[in-house]
Design a protein around this ligand. Sequence first.
Ligand SMILES: Nc1ncnc2c1ncn2[C@@H]1O[C@H](COP(=O)(O)OP(=O)(O)OP(=O)(O)O)[C@@H](O)[C@H]1O
Ligand SMILES: [Mg+2]
Length: 244
Amino acid sequence: MKKQIEISVKNLSFSYGDHEVLKNINLEIYKGDYIAFIGPNGGGKTTLIKLLLGLIEPNCENIKIFANDVKTARQKIGYLPQYINFNMDMPINVLDIVLQGRLTKGKFFYTKKDKEIALSQLKKMNIYHLKNRKIKDLSGGQRQRVLLARALTKQPKILILDEPTASIDPEGQKDIYAILKKLDLTKIIVSHDIQVLFEGVNKVAYINKTLFLHEDINMTIKRHDGHFCEMELIDFIKGDSCTN
Ligand SMILES: Nc1ncnc2c1ncn2[C@@H]1O[C@H](COP(=O)(O)OP(=O)(O)OP(=O)(O)O)[C@@H](O)[C@H]1O
Ligand SMILES: [Mg+2]
């Protein structure tokens, strides 16, 4: 069966003012892919994600998602951003936050069905017992699960996660990876944690202004006989990608 392309990026370059951040990016992501974006600080990973979401350059013509423009496709994408500023004084609880995933343009209320979907996501994330807690009273790891539940409550076709495990302890990271591995949808994960490559991803893109794609990361790891040196693996993944 022919694999279905969900995200197609062609000859994409992007600059903030005269600072070129991404150069001639080409990438195809297929239905069911689980792709990791890795690369150094400032390499352009978050910028590429914001372009995919239409948060910057909403009229970008070099990106097609489900054969549509990024603005149209956005409603089918669940997103967990790298940084979130919560107003800790807001009297908002965990369930309220997860329910936000059900809001769409022009819809300001929740149905009974919306609430059922939100509660079932809380159960899947093992945080149902926290549903009435205030967000300010949660740990970093619990907060990430709430945000993941919110992204999934949207019932997206694509899930994009920008460093979801950055402030989580190793045990919590393992739990998040296990949850993600089981999710049957197209996933993009940005991470500085090389461990992510062993947690079910099938492709890796090394991004440092240019993008270097490894189509089958499992083969890459096998070629190292399972005995890999982390730096060696990173060097391999860098390929001939340019440095600034
Ligand atoms: N809004 C902005 N205005 C100007 N420059 C920006 C803006 N956002 C990011 N940059 C610059 O663009 C480059 C790429 O940033 P980006 O956040 O995409 O990198 P990243 O790969 O996500 O890095 P990190 O791993 O640190 O999250 C950096 O040099 C950054 O300083
Ligand atoms: Mg980033």
